[in-house]
Design a protein around this ligand. Structure first.
Ligand SMILES: O=P(O)(O)OC[C@H]1O[C@H](OP(=O)(O)OP(=O)(O)O)[C@H](O)[C@@H]1O
Ligand SMILES: O=c1cc[nH]c(=O)[nH]1
Length: 214
């Protein structure tokens, strides 16, 4: 299953346009805030797939019957670029626990890279619905390495992967290696540079949100 937000004309496209815009994205607060908004919107779309049960809510005048989710998903993100997008998910799933993973591209002398996972801090994911949020899904290698590491430790009930922008190559890599994962994207781009940056993409998500790395 793959859901792509910008296939439908909604206000989300304005946030996505601002996020990609090389001038507007110089405003770091707005850059992070637009990712939060897109995280909120995808969280809302995702929430339509949860199971709901009727709950009695006592108002000051009577009893309202409200359908509420049976369970909250566990959220997760890969530091550091994914933080604002994850924050958006957290604002809607505001009772969910979260997992944080440190992973980065370790470039070899040949120019190729491997994904180095340094640290995982997570609640128990056994029998949980888990949504891993990361801003960019470029080669898809970070997502696959991190998910495989978590799946080796836990029996995840449902795996969902959310990204603001994905490349077609990254989506193919995820599908080949994590066939049961469901994908939630804001946009899907066709190209990548030789250094595996998505084109047109938005540039370096981590640096734009938090500043250049030393
Ligand atoms: O699909 P992949 O090819 O594995 O690339 C995706 C990774 O790149 C981005 O992080 P970034 O490189 O901007 O790192 P940062 O969070 O440390 O800034 C993004 O948030 C992913 O974690
Ligand atoms: O396009 C890309 C690819 C990886 N990381 C980014 O920040 N941008």
């Amino acid at each position: 299953m793959i859901f792509i937000l910008n296939k439908t004309n909604t206000i989300a496209n304005q946030f996505l346009a601002e996020l990609r815009d090389a001038d507007i994205q110089q405003d770091k607060t707005r850059f992070r805030r637009n990712q939060e908004k897109l995280g909120q919107i995808l969280a809302y779309e995702f929430s339509k797939t949860l199971k709901y049960e009727a709950k009695d809510v006592q108002t000051s005048l009577g009893t309202a019957i409200v359908n509420t989710p049976v369970e909250q998903p566990v959220l997760g993100t890969i530091l550091r670029a994914g933080l604002p997008f994850h924050q958006g998910f957290m604002q809607f799933f505001d009772q969910s626990p979260s997992a944080f993973i440190t992973a980065y591209r370790k470039v070899k002398r040949t120019g190729d890279f491997i994904i180095q996972v340094d640290h995982i801090s997570t609640p128990n994911l056994d029998d949980k619905i888990f949504i891993l949020c990361d801003t960019m899904l470029a080669t898809g290698q970070s997502m696959v390495v991190v998910c495989k590491e978590l799946m080796a430790q836990y029996k995840i009930k449902e795996l969902h992967i959310a990204a603001v922008i994905a490349s077609t190559e990254g989506v193919a890599h995820v599908r080949a290696n994590l066939p049961k994962a469901k994908l939630w994207l804001c946009a899907l781009d066709d190209e990548m540079t030789s250094k595996a940056y998505i084109v047109p993409g938005l540039g370096d998500a981590g640096d734009l949100a938090f500043g250049d790395k030393a």
